[in-house]
Write a protein that binds this ligand. Structure first.
Ligand SMILES: Nc1ncnc2c1ncn2[C@@H]1O[C@H](COP(=O)(O)OP(=O)(O)OP(=O)(O)O)[C@@H](O)[C@H]1O
Ligand SMILES: [Mg+2]
Length: 272
């Protein structure tokens, strides 16, 4: 379809969290620096919050790719709608030591502590990343906090990154989580793109997908896209994909205001 017409080697506005497309706006760069700082300085808990579709998972993948496997073991938990036992099993599996038979929660905690101490004795550093952490139950939050108890006089031995939508903030504010809250030393909130960042973001994705200067988004199209997306990357992607289809159908090298309008209307129809 429009991919070959415009000469893209791949679809420019896929909504997968592919770090290859990462555009480091000020806020995305700051978020990444907070993750790097928290992990290298061994701050224990690190929290990254952002609205739906703002780029948390994409950043998380980028950050994990950066961790040098010669030093770091990382565990990524993507589906935190689990109970304590399942969470411990998921972490152990991610760290390459899945529990063999069904085990009690206590046994799993024992296994986990042993694994952490062994790895640390070998000079390894361990990072646990929990995406969509707004979905964790209080019991699982508490289990995660207990894992973080492992520490030396100076440092936490396990670095834990919690990522989630804005509901995570409310959750962390709850009375039940006050102990965990006190341990959060690094905290960052992603914000949507500014208008200038959105323009550069769109250009960036077109370039990474092999676009050779066409098509061109007119200033009126961009203005409309910013107004309707409020600078949220996933919405921008959806709208740009539809707008490109519209300009392709018109057999045009220009994505104009009407293409952007049609994209918004199509998207509104889907979300009605
Ligand atoms: N800075 C960025 N550079 C490139 N692409 C981005 C950026 N931020 C977001 N995106 C793109 O926007 C889409 C949504 O991003 P992502 O899935 O990372 O958001 P999220 O914050 O994890 O969303 P959710 O809250 O639904 O989990 C993806 O296609 C992603 O590649
Ligand atoms: Mg996500």
């Amino acid at each position: 379809m429009y991919q070959s017409y415009y000469g893209f080697t791949e679809m420019p506005f896929h909504i997968t969290p592919d770090p290859k497309f990462l555009y480091l706006s000020t806020t995305h760069l700051e978020a990444l620096q907070h993750l790097r700082y928290g992990v290298t300085e061994k701050k224990g808990f690190i929290v990254l919050i952002g609205e739906v579709g703002c780029g948390k998972t994409t950043l998380c993948r980028k950050f994990m790719n950066e961790l040098d496997p010669a030093h770091y073991d990382s565990a990524l938990v993507l589906n935190p709608r689990v109970n304590e036992t399942q969470m411990l099993e998921a972490i152990l599996t991610e760290l390459g030591e899945p529990p063999t038979a069904a085990q009690s929660q206590n046994d799993l905690v024992g296994l986990m502590n042993k694994l952490l101490l062994d790895r640390i004795a070998q000079g390894r550093e361990i990072v646990l990343i929990i995406d969509e952490a707004q979905n964790l139950s209080f019991e699982v939050f508490e289990q995660v906090r207990l894992l973080s108890n492992l520490e030396t006089d100076k440092h936490k031995l396990l670095q834990i990154v919690l990522m989630g939508q804005t509901e995570l903030k409310d959750r962390l504010a709850a009375e039940e989580l006050r102990q965990l809250r006190q341990r959060i030393l690094v905290h960052y909130e992603l914000r949507p793109f500014t208008r200038e960042e959105m323009d550069r973001y769109i250009q960036h994705r077109l370039t990474v997908s092999g676009g050779m200067g066409r098509p061109y988004f007119t200033p009126w199209a961009l203005r409309h896209l910013f107004k309707t997306s409020r600078g949220i990357p996933r919405i921008i992607n959806n709208l740009c994909d539809k707008a490109l289809l519209s300009s392709f159908i018109r057999d045009s090298d220009e994505v104009n205001y009407w293409d952007a309008r049609r994209a918004t209307r199509d998207l509104a129809r889907l979300t009605d």
